[in-house]
Design a binder for this molecule. Structure first.
Ligand SMILES: [Zn+2]
Length: 72
């Protein structure tokens, strides 16, 4: 099991590493993913934040920063 902090909302989410850990987490974000953006930066985002990224163009680090600002 691993935990990682979302670069957008700064929530610590669990990344599935074992079936027991995966199903033992019954409240809050359920996961996330590392995105490599068009500007070459990599960001770990929870699934909620992935949903919030713009779909009409390739997100950049600025869009991730905007997620962080919006969550405060
Ligand atoms: Zn997030």
């Amino acid at each position: 099991m691993a935990k990682q902090r979302c670069d957008g909302c700064e929530t610590t989410v669990k990344i599935a590493g074992g079936i027991g850990d995966l199903w033992g987490f019954d409240f809050g974000p359920t996961g996330g993913m590392i995105l490599e953006l068009s500007d070459g930066t990599e960001h770990f985002l929870c699934l909620d934040c992935v949903d919030l990224l713009p779909e009409e163009y390739e997100p950049t680090a600025e869009d991730v920063a905007a997620l962080s600002a919006a969550s405060e």
